[in-house]
Design a protein around this ligand. Structure first.
Ligand code: AMP
Length: 367
C-alpha cells in the first residue's frame, strides 16, 4: 500500500526516536510536513524536535492504534522494529518501505541469500544453526572467517573472527549461542557505501559513493568521493540501484560494500565489490549530505515516503564527516571555532563509550 502523495501539513509517523529520526523530522519540517515519533524511551533525541510524540512499547497495540489514527504514512529510522509492529500498522495505513523488506534485512542469512540471488557478490557464507554445524561450516569456508549472529548485530556486536588458533566452540559461546552465519574473512582494501533513494514512481537517485573508516567497528570518518575507479564507482551505484529496484523499495537505503585489493585482473581494475550489508533506512555514512549536497538523505527519504519527486542532489565539493563518539562530544567547543565546520549535536544527555553523540561535516571546495 503506497497511498497518494501527501500535501504539506500532512503527518509522517516515524518508528524510532534516535538521531536518525531527529534528522528526518528536521528535514520534514523544512518541507512543511509534520512528524509524530513513536519510541519506547523517554530520552529519545527525536522527541525534542517533533510535532507529537508517543512514548510507548512497540507492542502496545492501543498506543499503536492512536498513532495510526494520527499519521498519514509510517516509516522507520531503525531496522529492528518488531515485525508484528510493522504488520499491525501496515494493516491500517501505508508503511514505507514495505515491512517485508525489513524482514529480509533483519536476518543476515536471508539478506545475503537475497543479494547473492541477484548475482551480486558477497563473502562466501554458510548458515550455522547450532554448534554441531560449525566445524563443517569452517571446513567449507576456511579460516579466517567471521561468525555473526543472524539477527540484532550492529557496530561489530554479535560477531567474532575465527582465526587459525580460535576454538570454534568458544567463538560460538562468545556470540551468545544463537543462530549464526559464518562468512569468509574479506581482505578488503577499503569499505564504501552507497546511499540510494527510490521514489514511489520507481525512479532511483544515488548519492556519490562514500568511503568509510571504522574505529573499534564503529564508523568514525566518511569521505566523499571514495577513492575508486570510475568503473568501480559506477558498479557500486548499479548494485545499490538493483537492490532498491528488486525490493520495490520506497525511501532511502544504504548498501555497505567491501572493495577488494586493486591488483586483481577484473574489469574494475581490481577493486572488485562485495556487499557486506544493507541498511533499510537513512545511514550514518550519508550524514555528509546534510551540509555537502543540495538535498540530504533525510530530505530524499521524506520526499520518497510522501510520494513526492526525488531531488537530484548536487554535491558541493569534497566532503568529510567525522562522528563524535562517546566523550569526544566534549570537542564540540573546539569544532565551533574551526572555519567551515558544520556541527550537529544529537541532544543526548548520557555520554557512553561508543555512543554516537554528534557529527561534524567539512566541505572542501574541490574533489
Ligand atoms: P557488520 O556488522 O557486518 O557491518 O560488520 C562490522 C565491520 O566488521 C565491517 O564494517 C568490517 O570492518 C568488519 N567485517 C564484517 N564482516 C567482515 C568480513 N566478512 N571480512 C572482513 N571484515 C569484516
Amino acid at each position: 500500500m503506497n497511498g497518494a502523495p501527501l500535501e504539506p501539513q500532512a503527518t509522517i509517523g516515524i518508528l524510532g526516536g534516535g538521531q536518525l529520526g531527529r534528522m528526518l523530522a528536521l528535514a520534514a519540517a523544512r518541507l512543511g510536513l509534520k512528524c509524530h515519533v513513536f519510541a519506547p524511551s523517554p530520552d529519545s533525541p527525536a522527541f525534542d524536535v517533533v510535532h507529537r510524540v508517543t512514548c510507548a512499547d512497540y507492542h502496545d497495540t492501543e498506543a499503536l492504534d492512536r498513532f495510526a489514527a494520527d499519521v498519514d504514512v509510517v516509516t522507520y529510522e531503525f531496522e529492528n522494529v518488531p515485525a508484528e509492529t510493522a504488520a499491525f500498522l501496515a494493516a491500517r495505513l501505508p508503511v514505507l518501505p514495505d515491512p517485508k523488506i525489513l524482514a529480509t534485512t533483519q536476518d543476515r542469512l536471508t539478506e545475503k541469500t537475497f543479494v547473492s540471488g541477484l548475482g551480486i557478490g558477497t563473502a562466501a557464507f554458510a548458515p550455522v544453526a547450532e554448534p554441531a554445524e560449525l566445524a563443517a561450516a569452517i571446513e567449507r569456508i576456511g579460516r579466517p572467517a567471521v561468525l555473526k549472529t543472524r539477527r540484532y548485530g550492529y557496530d561489530g556486536k554479535g560477531q567474532v573472527t575465527i582465526r587459525d588458533g580460535t576454538d570454534p566452540q568458544a567463538a560460538w559461546r562468545e556470540v551468545g549461542g544463537q543462530p549464526c552465519i559464518l562468512e569468509a574473512y574479506v581482505p578488503f582494501e577499503r569499505e564504501v557505501s552507497v546511499v540510494a533513494a527510490r521514489g514511489m514512481d520507481g525512479s532511483v537517485e544515488c548519492f556519490d559513493v562514500t568511503e568509510n573508516e571504522h574505529r573499534n567497528h564503529i564508523l568514525k570518518v566518511s569521505r566523499v568521493p571514495a577513492a575508486l575507479s570510475k568503473a568501480a564507482a559506477r558498479e557500486a551505484r548499479r548494485i545499490a540501484e538493483t537492490i532498491a529496484q528488486k525490493f520495490g523499495y520506497v525511501g532511502v537505503l544504504a548498501v555497505e560494500l567491501f572493495v577488494l585489493r586493486g591488483d586483481g585482473p577484473g574489469e574494475l581494475g581490481g577493486g572488485e565489490l562485495l556487499v557486506n550489508e544493507i541498511a533499510p533506512r537513512v545511514h550514518n555514512s550519508g550524514h555528509w549530505t546534510l551540509d555537502g549536497a543540495s538535498a540530504s538523505q533525510f530530505e530524499q527519504h521524506i520526499r520518497a515516503v510522501a510520494g513526492w519527486p526525488l531531488a537530484k542532489p548536487v554535491r558541493y565539493g569534497r566532503v568529510e564527516m567525522t562522528n563524535l563518539i562517546g566523550d569526544e562530544v566534549a570537542d564540540y567547543r573546539r569544532w565551533l571555532s574551526v572555519p567551515g565546520a558544520c556541527i550537529h549535536l544529537y541532544g543526548k544527555a548520557a555520554v557512553r563509550p561508543g555512543r554516537k553523540m554528534g557529527h561534524v561535516t567539512r566541505v572542501f571546495a574541490a574533489d
